[in-house]
Design a protein around this ligand. Structure first.
Ligand SMILES: NC(=O)c1ccc[n+]([C@@H]2O[C@H](COP(=O)([O-])OP(=O)(O)OC[C@H]3O[C@@H](n4cnc5c(N)ncnc54)[C@H](OP(=O)(O)O)[C@@H]3O)[C@@H](O)[C@H]2O)c1
Length: 252
């Protein structure tokens, strides 16, 4: 077994693990021998992901929680720690956006919602799980941001503002958590073929693909591969980084 990549027996928590790149990451962790806690709001979707993992011989549980709700996150973390006694990996994919109107029509409520879903949701579970990681002097945290948080021109202001905030939070926490053996990094995906994207008409997706240097949209499994790397023991010297996984759509 390769010590740099082995996560067998570790406990991996994936918020938004019920669909898209979170689901792909949960499946990947299960296949790598980790015990996977899938967090999401929809029981049927969570049960389906857990079944995929356990049918393949892995260990998984679904934890139903709205990640922006403090009480639900606390209860979910308690369930995970009561069951498995530790947490080694946290992947925060839960997030999203409301279709964006122009500036003059964006309400304060919409800004608050976006902040809750994209920033507070990641802050809360990180705060609740970090003590368990500190106790073991080990942890790997990945926050999913977006190319919208890296550059202007992608996404509405409430989305790009909060995606950039995720990167700021990641960098700041990297300094604070490094002495405890905990790394925290962000991934900024470009367009990825997840349920939120595949609902768009094929001609729209084709046009978006033509604008991406690799000539296509990303696959959830490709995001899961990048997530997995940042969550391996061998990624110990990588912290506070932002990994752009976008097919070359934005290169800085
Ligand atoms: N897909 C892309 O092209 C793309 C590009 C850049 C960045 N991103 C970011 O990547 C992340 C994942 O997106 P995705 O496209 O892979 O997934 P997705 O298709 O949007 O699915 C996300 C999953 O997370 C759950 N979820 C969302 N908010 C939640 C919350 N507050 N609490 C608990 N569960 C929640 C949803 O379940 P329920 O609704 O059933 O609860 C859903 O199953 C998002 O943060 C998104 O902003 C995506």
């Amino acid at each position: 077994m390769n010590e740099l990549t082995n996560i067998e027996g570790q406990v991996a928590v994936v918020t938004g693990g019920t669909a898209g790149m979170g689901e792909a990451a949960a499946i990947r962790f299960g296949a790598e021998g980790a015990k996977v806690a899938v967090i999401g709001r929809t029981q049927e979707k969570g049960d389906a992901v857990v079944k995929r993992i356990t049918d393949a011989g892995g260990a998984a549980m679904f934890v139903k929680a709205e990640c922006a709700d403090e009480a639900e996150v606390k209860a979910g973390v308690k369930t995970i720690l009561d069951t498995w006694g530790r947490a080694d990996i946290l992947v925060n994919t839960a997030g999203g956006f409301i279709d964006a109107p122009p500036l003059e029509e964006i309400t304060v409520d919409a800004m608050h919602h976006s902040y809750d879903w994209n920033v507070i949701a990641k802050f809360l579970i990180t705060r609740e799980l970090v003590p368990a990681m500190k106790a073991n002097k080990y942890g790997r945290i990945v926050n999913i941001s977006s190319v919208a948080g890296r550059t202007a021109g992608a996404g509405a202001i409430e989305y790009s503002t909060t995606e950039a905030a995720i990167i700021g939070m990641t960098r700041r926490l990297a300094k604070e958590l490094a002495p405890h053996g905990i790394t925290i990094n962000a991934i900024a995906p470009g367009l990825v073929l997840t349920p939120r994207v595949t609902r768009h008409p094929q001609d729209v997706l084709d046009a978006r693909a033509r604008a991406i240097p690799v000539g296509r949209l990303g696959k959830p499994e490709e995001l899961a591969h990048a997530i997995w790397y940042l969550c391996t023991p061998g990624a110990a010297f990588t912290t506070g980084a932002v990994l752009d996984v976008n097919g070359g759509a934005w290169t800085g």
